[in-house]
Design a protein around this ligand. Structure first.
Ligand SMILES: *Cc1c(COP(=O)(O)O)cnc(C)c1O
Length: 373
């Protein structure tokens, strides 16, 4: 029996092995391990890729989100107690920095079909309490809608993207005729380079992109203890820097982002056309959204049985995520409202392998799925 692992990081990185070894040696020999040439070059390359004026490398994705919101508080644009809209079915790391900063996360139940909260849906949830939106491009699906974006702009709502799962995703805006990459839609965006993300470091890494120079400067300062220069501290900051060695590794992998997206697109297309099962719902498609396919998530009321069947057939699957944040012990009872769709999705979703597979593998996995009774 053939075995399809969900993701093996050694497989993910093996084709870059030679360049990664060279990058590691370069950093070891340089004697500079933080805030050096590699980090600087990576920031330039990332901002060029995204189309933003600035990029600031950070220790990880959670810190990227924390730095953005902490900087807005420092700048007086946000205040503790302000409401921030966030999808109810996101990963916990979208929410932790908000509550830790004393902001008030307000959860929005996702759309059942897209499993996502679009900018239009956020726009419909704006109240006088809401000062910012944290849009999450969950599974690599851009949450963009031109109407939603225009509405948030017209109301002066700060729009932050959690782009941890969507590097390489693009949206076509028919109202302007322009194609925009996720990470360049709103006021600032957070990236994660956790090893299993579409572009992963060999350890932790993250980044913020923005075209707001004041914000970029504040974030850079906050990420380095809050200092304006060495031993002069204007703000109470953090230590949230990226290591030089991770920046050097990411410089090897960043240029392959579109190639990675295309491989994932091909596997997703093969799943789309090969899975035929009346109890299984496939991920939604949108003509103007080019997904990054961080996960390929199917839905079925028979999820647990399907997962067990696939395991027995050599196909490893995962659930992103089995318990929504509002039902986690650390948050239970703390969010106003009810989130029935997020709760239902958590019982029905199943992520199929997409990280290391080609379209032929996807066809074989689809045939196994089609034989599920
Ligand atoms: C991975 C992830 C994060 C956190 O990134 P880390 O680098 O693991 O801290 C935040 N939000 C989402 C949606 C993620 O998938």
């Amino acid at each position: 029996m053939k075995y399809f692992p969900f993701q093996q990081l050694s497989t993910t990185n093996e084709r870059f092995a030679k360049e990664l070894h060279e990058a590691a040696c370069r950093v070891i020999d340089s004697g500079r391990y933080l805030l050096g040439e590699e980090t600087h070059a990576f920031e330039t390359e990332l901002s060029q890729f995204i189309g933003s004026a600035h990029a600031v490398a950070t220790a990880n994705g959670l810190e990227a989100i924390r730095l953005i919101f902490a900087a807005y508080i420092e700048m007086g644009r946000l205040h503790p107690g302000d409401g921030v809209l966030v999808p109810a079915n996101t990963f916990i790391a979208s929410l932790l920095p908000l509550s830790q900063l004393g902001l008030r996360p307000l959860l929005v139940d996702p759309d059942a079909r897209t499993m996502s909260v679009s900018l239009s849906k956020f726009a419909s949830e704006i109240t006088p309490d809401v000062k910012a939106v944290l849009a999450v491009h969950l599974y690599g699906l851009p949450s963009f809608t031109p109407e939603g974006l225009n509405y948030l702009r017209s109301k002066n709502i700060i729009l932050v993207e959690d782009n941890a799962q969507a590097i390489g995703a693009e949206v076509f805006d028919p109202t302007t005729g322009k194609t925009i990459r996720t990470g360049n839609m709103g006021d600032a965006a957070a990236f994660s380079f956790y090893p299993a993300k579409n572009i992963g470091a060999l350890g932790d890494g993250g980044a913020v992109t923005t075209s707001d120079s004041d914000l970029a400067k504040t974030i850079r300062q906050l990420s380095n203890y809050g200092g304006s220069r060495k031993y002069h501290y204007d703000m109470k900051g953090f230590n949230s820097r990226m290591d030089e060695i991770q920046a050097a590794f990411l410089r090897v992998k960043l240029p392959h982002t579109m190639e990675e997206r295309e491989r994932r697109e091909a596997a997703a297309a093969a799943y789309d056309s090969s899975i035929e099962h009346r109890d299984i719902i496939l991920p939604s498609r949108h003509p103007n959204l080019r997904q990054a396919w961080h996960q390929y998530v199917v839905r079925t009321p028979e999820r647990d049985r399907l997962a067990r069947f696939l395991t027995a057939q050599g196909v490893e699957t995962m659930i992103h995520y089995p318990i929504p944040p509002h039902l986690q012990k650390c948050y239970v009872g703390q969010f106003p409202g009810s989130f029935p769709i997020a709760e239902k999705l958590a019982t029905e979703i199943l992520s199929l392998p997409i990280a290391n597979i080609n379209s032929q593998d996807a066809i074989e996995i689809a045939q196994i799925i089609n034989s599920f009774k």
